[in-house]
Write a protein that binds this ligand. Structure first.
Ligand code: NAD
Ligand code: ZN
Ligand code: ZN
Length: 362
């Protein structure tokens, strides 16, 4: 069989508008799968790619928060087969690296992606966002990037677990270790921050303080489980969080913006010996300056959370099941469903704070 031609949304160059182009999808080779994409959310990381904040490997095939149905698999693939409903993940663990061998596969340093390249019609190789590239009718991935879940879930909802919602829930539960009775503050209440709020809620946090500069985001955060809200344009968030926690600060503070000033707020808004989790993604030029004595003297832990320290095979089916049981409202993250040709406008709306998630449905 020859390569298939499908539509895909590419970022052609730094800050250039995205384009819908014909892309060529090779047949799956050994260990690979072609997936017919059903839904793909618009994540802030796609915008970072477009703006050059991640790397210069243009053209990018954007989209990475997706679900779909396996269409074909290559040689040696046994975990999934054509017809399976899957969420695409960007952590297909290798089982061999130093993290995997130590029983900590969520830190895997050698995750799998497809070996073959998807290309434009003229043969230009595409860099798929996070090794996925799912603003497309079909995409080629490593079979390990396909995680089977209950097929009765809505594809638009399931896809969100493939990135932002998993990153947020995992930042709270897996990385932050939020437990029953904890006080938690979340700075930045977009899709990722709201998922951290939902995760803290699921874990039994007693107090969940949402911080944002946009009142619309704060209203939404309340519906996700925030018990208190702070508009940090009007109020000093560090003082406000301390006031709400008996003068001490929160046990866990999650930074879901990715900027030095919000990281500093998180650092000073946590209780002594508390935990800061950085899940927001900074850009290469950003620098952080903190008194080293405060880093020492305030104790506790400063952690980063890549993909919510998730293990897709463990976490995706479990979170889909909690959603299907009515215990985790993942549908609340879908602000709108859009066509493939509306990704550029969705970036604008994300930038203006109008949406939590726009989801391309195919
Ligand atoms: N670590 C990971 O694995 C991972 C995964 C997905 C996304 N991310 C990152 O998480 C971040 C958030 O992603 P998102 O999709 O939720 O983005 P988003 O644009 O939907 O949300 C960002 C939110 O931050 C708020 N904000 C902006 N500046 C602020 C400030 N100074 N103080 C307080 N709030 C502020 C905005 O109003 C908005 O509500 C991005 O940096 C994204 O790249 C990380
Ligand atoms: Zn590994
Ligand atoms: Zn993402």
């Amino acid at each position: 069989m020859a390569a298939q031609q499908v539509r895909g949304v590419i970022a052609p160059g730094k800050n250039e508008p995205v384009q819908i182009r014909t892309i060529l999808i090779p047949d799956p080779g050994p260990g690979e799968a072609v997936v017919k994409v059903q839904a793909c959310g618009v994540c802030h990381t796609d915008l970072h790619y477009k703006q050059g904040g991640i790397s210069d490997d243009y053209p990018f095939l954007l989209g990475h928060e997706a679900s779909g149905v396996v269409e074909a698999v290559g040689e040696g693939v046994t975990d999934v087969e054509p017809g399976d409903f899957v969420i695409l993940n960007w952590r297909a663990v290798c089982g061999q690296c130093r993290a995997c061998l130590r029983g900590r596969p969520w830190y895997c340093f050698n995750t799998h992606n497809a070996q073959q390249k998807m290309t434009l019609e003229d043969g230009t190789e595409l860099s798929p966002a996070l090794g996925i590239g799912a603003f497309a009718d079909k995409t080629l991935v490593a079979a390990g990037q396909c995680t089977k879940v209950d097929p009765s879930v809505s594809p638009a909802v399931a896809g969100l677990l493939g990135c932002g919602v998993m990153a947020g829930i995992g930042a709270a539960i897996n990385t932050g270790g939020v437990g029953r009775g904890d006080s938690v503050a979340v700075i930045g209440c977009g899709g990722v921050g709201d998922a951290a709020i939902a995760g803290a809620n699921l874990a039994g946090a007693a107090k969940i303080i949402a911080v944002d500069i946009d009142d619309r985001k704060l209203d939404k955060a309340r519906t996700m489980g925030a018990t208190h809200t702070v508009n940090s344009k009007e109020t000093d968030p560090v003082e406000a969080i301390r006031d709400l926690t008996g003068g001490f600060g929160a046990d866990v503070v999650i930074e879901a913006v990715g900027r030095p000033e919000t990281y500093k707020q998180a650092f000073y808004a946590r209780d002594l010996a508390g935990t800061v989790v950085l899940v927001g993604v900074p850009t290469p030029e950003m620098k952080l300056e903190l008194p080293l004595l405060d880093v020492f003297g305030r104790g506790g832990s400063l952690k980063s959370s890549w993909y919510g320290d998730c293990l897709p095979s463990r976490d995706f089916p479990m979170l889909v099941d909690l959603h299907q049981q009515g215990r985790l409202d993942l549908a609340a993250f879908v602000t709108e469903t859009i066509e493939l040709d509306a990704v550029e406008q969705a970036f604008d709306r994300m930038h203006q704070g109008d949406v939590l998630r726009s989801v391309v449905v195919l």
